[in-house]
Design a protein. Sequence first.
Length: 367
Amino acid sequence: MANIIVLGAGLVGSVIAKDLTREHIVTSVDISQKNLDKLIGIKTICTDISNKQTLHEIIKNCDLIVGAVPGFMGYQMMKDVIEAGKNIVDISFYSEDPFSLDELSKEKGIVAVMDCGVAPGLGNIILGHHNNKMEVTNYECLVGGLPEKREWPYEYQSVFSPIDVIEEYIRPARFVQNSKIIIKEALSDTELIEFDEVGILESWNSDGLRSLIHTMPHIPNMIEKTLRYPGCVEYLKVLRESGFFSYDNIEINGTRIRPIDMTAKLLFPKWEMKEGDKDFTIMRIIIKGKMNGKKITYQYKLLDRYQNDTISMARTTGFTCNAVANLVLNRDYNKIGISPPEYLGEHFNFVKDYLSERGVNYKLTKI
C-alpha cells in the first residue's frame, strides 16, 4: 500500500483518487474546497499548488504524484514535482515541450510519465505495443467524448477546463503523411463518419499525436482526429475567426481583457458536466503494417458509457492513468526520465486488464 498524492480534484482527478483508494493511501489536493468536499473518506488538502514551496512541503513524504491539473498549470507543476525528487504520472495536456524536462528528470533519477489519459495515452500504449511486434506503416486514431443528450446550441460537455478545450480549436494540427510532418489549422479536413450504436459523427484534424511525431519517426503515416456531433466545426470556426478564442488583449470600457478568458467564462456553464449528466467516449484506432512479411490490419473500437455514477471520459482517462501509476509504484516500469505513453507498449496487457476490471472494454478486429 503506497502513499499517493493526486494533484487536482476536478471531474477526472476525483475519479483517479477514488479508484486509487482501493489499494493505496490517497491524499487529494485542490484549490477548490467545493471539489474536495465531494471526496468522502479521502484525505484532502485545500491549497494553491502553484506555490512551489507549498507543493514541496505537501509531497515530501509521498511515494508517487498523480497530476490532474488544468493544462495551463501542467508543465510548471510537473517541473516542480521533478525538482522535489518525486515520481509522477500526469494527464495534463499542456503546450510546452515535456521533453525539455527530460534532462532534469534524469538528473533527479525520476520516472515521469506524461500525457497518460485516453488520447493521448491509451492510444499511444496500443501503438507502442504493436510497434514492438510489427512494422507499422499507418496509425489512425479517431476519438471523442460526447454527451448522450444533444442540447442546443453546443451539443457538447467537457470534463476538462474550458481553456484546455478551446486550445484544441486553435492549436495547429500536426500529422504525418508519407514520412513528412504536415501542419494544418485546427478544425480542418472535416469528415462525416458513421459508428455503430452512435450514428454519424463529424471528425476534424487536431494536434493529438503529440510525442508520437518524435518517438515514432519511422512510421510514415500517422493522424489523430477529434469526433463531435455534426455541425460542431462550423460554429467553432465562426467563434475562432471572430476573435473569441484570441489571447491578444482588447480594451472594453477602459478594462483590458483577453477574449479567450471571457469566452471560457461564458462557455463553462454551457459545457460543464452537471450531476446526472451522462456521456460516452468513443475511439477507433486502425493500425496497418506488416508482420512476418504479410500485410496486416488491427482495428480497435472503444465505446464506453457513463456508469456507476461516473462520467465516461473521467473513467477512460483516469483508469488508464491509474494503471500506469501502479506500474510505476510496483517498479514494473522504471525508466528514468520523461516517458510518453508509447514507451509503455510492453505493458499493454496490464493496462488492458486494469481497464477491463473496471468495465472499460474495446473490440479488437484483426484483418
